[in-house]
Unconditional design. Structure first.
Lengths: 714, 237
């Protein structure tokens, strides 16, 4: 545990340092940067000095001979990027087994995951080249480890030259010496191997790129990687020459293909996708426009309209609710409740289809200008999430009337609006009888994808899901889903099953095999506001595919603050693999729970630290960094260290959520069509529960609303 | 009790219903009154697809004077102002009616709730077009009518990450030659004013045709910088 936490502290420090100085570097990254076979900016197999544009995401899939790689990279800042990669090497034991057929030598296919960090230390100028310092496989056992300094200079629009020095595996060909002493043997402890960096042999590498036209680029390089382990020791392929050649085709702005000749004996292929999560491919969000604001008549013109007498009208509230509901029907907004005094009206609503909460708030505000009597001057608009009043947007009606067509109307209105805790309900809060109880069901195809699985770079299953949801009253929900698997390509996901731990996750394959028809979830849950800035959740039943039980959570999220604190406690038992309702097969139960801190770091970055006990009974912590894009994209990277994790099982990975609206340009609340999850081991595994409080409420908090406030007037 | 708390069907929607009925001619509805409207809209769309030329070989004929007059009569019967909007970039040809009014700014809408908010014919905002003009600092009609002088113009738009972008332009007015224009079968003598704007993100030009009353009878205005200009015609005042 101590040495592992050291590793976590170091690597976290690197990442946090990157975030802290984010924005200090305004220089633009070079355009037209291409990737190498490892998914890093580079030539063919060698890296270059370039960097992709800030906050862009790249996905690269490549293969040559027995080696295939898939890599996801994110340019977190102009000067910092990271990559997570899975590498599969076939014919791994051709030369060694027999005689040696134990441990890694028993494997015909060797699977490795690696994490790279790259520091783009110099942007290209009129004279100076762009320069990148790269650390490859910084936490791994060493087969993929290496460091480099690479410089790239363009000459005109067509020609770019790259030269560099490599250490580690990038010095296995043509080494010229060991300037900083011998390279220590890898320790394989999962810690960042500081003592290895830039030690041992150093070797030069170089290459050239020639842009033939807008579509085609030719590349050639001299590689300093001899594939000593793969080609040398294990004979997986032959290296006849250090020279590689290739041609690449830019299919579209996002997509590039390449074909290569490698090491004199191999043919290789690559596909590279570079995309900007901040930009929708189709441009701005579409959807029908709003009904405009209806200003009140001047008092002198219509004194009767301004009378406060209506408040004594017994039937006023239901009439107003119904009129608001009708008015907002086409905007995908539902009215949950209404309360008012002579001058203030509070509308509680749920957002059905808008991806931006601020847009829904704006639609409600405009509807209120049409429906609410003129004496109402203060609008309190309360977004509801799973029946929880998540925040309160307080607006002056006269501001809405005055600013509808004012220049920069969103920013000006925001300066006059308040977003605060909802406070105690107003005295005469009346619910919309049309909302509760609410029953919904769906029958739809589903895809569960996992990325970087040992068995296959992308694996998963697809089938049909029948789901039903019954909301009895605000916050009280019964929910269930059953799945029928139609296709699945799950590999042999047994890595991480060691350590003598309960197979809380590693039997995923068994669950899929035995439970092709399965009760996925069957739960009763309650979400509610307990007090000021204080929220609670209780979920009970069959919570996820592998566990059932009771999960409780409380969240303290002060309005307007950058942080929130949460606590979760669960008592769960492992479910049978046949997808039924039994718990007898494993006879395993566990008490798990976490203390969680959530920090809004600004610029769309959030950090989350969870400390506590995991499903297999191991204790430790998870640090998650998430970049939330205003349009709904989420990119997260996390690392879990517990007293049961080691170098091979330390759980690190990324999570990606792409909102449907980003792809279609149409408003939609569904945000999980594409979630890439890495392989999850038994150590550091957390209970999967729907609608954890921070996930549920953040979009409706002042920070969440502010991210998309520009959509208020949309 | 107060007259305002009865159940309402929205008068705004009611206004659009009239237009929907007229435009139903675009579908299978063969109501005689919608036929000229259908012919006019189809000819307009064919023109757009033909790259601005009269429909080259297509089966859609340019509507004759009788059809245009009949179309105008039908729109007039709707009893409310009507504008015609064409946008080649969007492949859009449509009629719009007033959906709301706020301190002199009228929001025009078609049945799809695509809306254009204008003060006396000068665009201040659009909605429902995807990339919309969220708000603007724009000159008044009186200012434009003078046809001389310089001014600052600002467009506020949302980028792909929903963040507000402020796009500033320096504009110069000039009077072009007087022109006679045709607006749904009626001819107007107009003063043509050009507003040429230079900005950090390229240039744009808005053109206005003022009739003898000083009303903008026709204009070509940028919806957002970088998009092709929309053509707007005031058909029924």
């Amino acid at each position: 545990m101590p040495r592992i936490s050291t590793a976590s502290a170091k690597s976290c420090a690197v990442l946090l340092l990157g975030l802290a100085t984010f924005g200090a570097w305004q220089a633009a990254a070079e355009t037209g940067v291409s990737l190498n076979l490892s998914g890093a900016p580079g030539l063919i197999d060698m890296p270059s000095g370039g960097a992709i544009a800030t906050e862009n995401l790249s996905v690269s899939i490549s293969g040559f001979g027995p080696i295939s790689r898939s890599t996801i990279s994110f340019q977190a800042a102009p000067w910092l990027s990271g990559s997570l990669r899975s590498t599969t090497t076939r014919h791994w034991n051709d030369l060694v087994c027999p005689p040696s057929c134990t441990g890694d030598d028993s494997l015909e296919k060797y699977f490795d995951r690696s994490l790279d960090l790259r520091f783009h230390v110099l942007n290209e100028g009129p004279v100076l080249p762009s320069v990148t310092v790269g650390l490859m496989d910084i936490l791994g056992p060493g087969v993929q480890s290496g460091e480099y300094i690479a410089a790239t200079k363009h000459f005109g629009e067509k020609l770019a030259l790259t030269g560099g020095l490599g250490w580690g595996r990038l010095a296995s060909q043509g080494a010229v010496g060991a300037p900083f002493g011998p390279r220590p043997a890898p320790k394989n402890d999962g810690a960042l191997a500081f003592e290895q960096l830039f030690t041992g042999n150093v070797a030069p590498f170089a290459g050239v790129e020639w842009r033939i036209n807008d579509r085609w680029t030719a590349k050639a390089e001299y590689s300093s990687d001899a594939y000593a382990e793969e080609a040398g020791t294990r004979g997986a392929f032959d290296v006849a020459s250090p020279l590689n050649f290739g041609i690449e085709y830019q299919h579209s702005q996002m997509l590039k293909f390449g074909a290569y000749s490698l090491y004199g004996t191999q043919i290789g292929f690559a596909a590279q996708i570079i995309l900007d999560p901040g930009k929708r491919p189709g441009g701005a969000i579409g959807g029908a426009g709003p009904t405009p604001v209806k200003p009140r008549p001047a008092y002198a013109d219509d004194p009767e309209a301004w009378s406060g007498e209506w408040i004594t009208q017994a039937e006023a509230a239901p009439v107003l609710i119904e009129n608001l509901a009708k008015f907002l029907e086409r905007s995908g907004v539902k009215i949950e409740a209404l309360s008012y005094t002579g001058t203030t009206a509070q509308v509680r609503f749920r957002n059905g289809s808008n991806d931006a909460e601020a847009q829904s708030v704006g639609r409600v505000a405009r509807a209120m200008t049409h429906i609410m009597p003129a004496s109402i001057e203060v609008f309190e608009i309360v977004p509801m999430a799973n029946g929880v009043p998540a925040s309160k947007v307080v607006l002056k009606r006269s501001d809405i009337e005055a600013l509808e067509f004012a220049p920069d109307n969103a920013a000006v209105l925001r300066a006059r609006a308040q977003i605060v805790d909802v406070g105690a309900p107003m005295a005469n809060l009346l619910g919309n009888p049309e909302i509760y109880p609410d029953f919904k069901w769906s029958l739809a195809p589903y895809v569960r994808l996992r990325f970087l699985d040992p068995g296959a770079p992308v694996s998963g299953d697809a089938g049909l899901r029948l789901a039903a949801r019954y909301e009895i009253s605000p916050g009280v929900v019964l929910h269930g889903s059953i799945t029928q698997i139609a296709f699945s390509n799950i590999g042999t996901s047994t890595a991480g099953s060691g350590n003598g731990l309960q197979p809380v996750r590693s039997d995923a394959e068994v669950y899929r095999e035995n439970g092709s028809s399965a009760v996925e979830t069957l739960t009763a849950s309650w979400h509610g506001r307990i007090g000021q800035d204080f929220y609670g959740r209780v979920s009970a039943g069959y919570l996820e595919q592998m566990f059932g039980g009771v999960s409780t959570e409380a969240l303290w999220a002060p309005a307007g603050k950058r942080w929130a604190l949460g606590v979760e406690a669960n008592y769960v038992a492992q479910r049978d693999t046949n997808g039924g309702l039994g718990f007898s097969e494993y006879d395993y139960s566990a008490v798990t729970g976490h203390l969680s801190g959530y920090f809004n770091l600004g610029e769309g970055y959030q950090a989350q630290l969870d400390l506590g006990r995991y499903l297999a009974g191991d204790d430790g912590g998870t640090l998650t960094l998430t970049r939330r894009f205003e349009n709904g994209w989420k990119l997260g990277t996390y690392m879990t260290l517990t007293n049961a994790t080691d170098a091979k099982t330390v759980d690190r990975g990324i999570q990606i959520e792409v909102p449907i609206s980003w792809l279609t340009g149409q408003p939609n609340r569904t945000t999980k069509p594409i979630t890439l999850q890495p392989f999850i081991g038994n150590a550091g595994a957390r209970l999967q529960v729907d609608d954890r409080l921070n996930d549920l409420l953040f979009d409706y908090s002042s920070a969440g609303l502010d991210e998309q406030w520009g959509r208020f007037w949309k | 009790m107060g007259p305002f708390l009865e159940m309402k069907t929205h008068h705004t929607t009611a206004a659009l219903l009239v237009l929907v009925a007229l435009l139903a001619g675009c579908g299978n509805d063969q109501k005689p009154s919608s036929l000229p409207i259908k012919a006019i809209v189809q000819a307009q769309i064919a023109k757009l697809k033909g790259g601005g030329q009269a429909a080259p070989t297509g089966p859609v004929a340019e509507p004759d004077g009788a059809t245009l007059a009949e179309g105008r009569r039908v729109l007039q019967e709707g009893g409310q102002p009507v504008i015609a909007v064409t946008d080649r970039g969007l492949g859009l040809a449509t009629f719009m009616v007033p959906l709301g009014s706020n301190s002199g700014v009228i929001t025009w809408a078609n049945p799809e709730y695509q809306t254009i908010a204008m003060r006396d014919g000068v665009i201040l905002a659009t909605r429902g077009f995807g990339a919309d003009l969220m708000s603007a600092e724009a000159p008044t009609t009186e200012r434009l009518f003078t046809g001389t002088g310089a001014h600052r113009r600002v467009y506020y738009v949302l980028d792909g990450a929903d963040q507000t972008q402020k796009l500033m332009f320096d504009c110069q007015l000039s009077v072009s030659k007087n022109e006679t224009i045709q607006v749904l079968g009626l001819g107007y003598e107009t003063k043509k004013v050009e507003e040429a704007c230079v900005g950090g993100r390229g240039n744009l030009t808005n053109t206005y045709w003022f009739d003898e009353n000083g009303t903008i009878r026709q204009s070509r205005q940028a919806r957002i910088p970088g998009a092709e200009n929309m053509q707007l015609q005031a058909i029924i005042d």
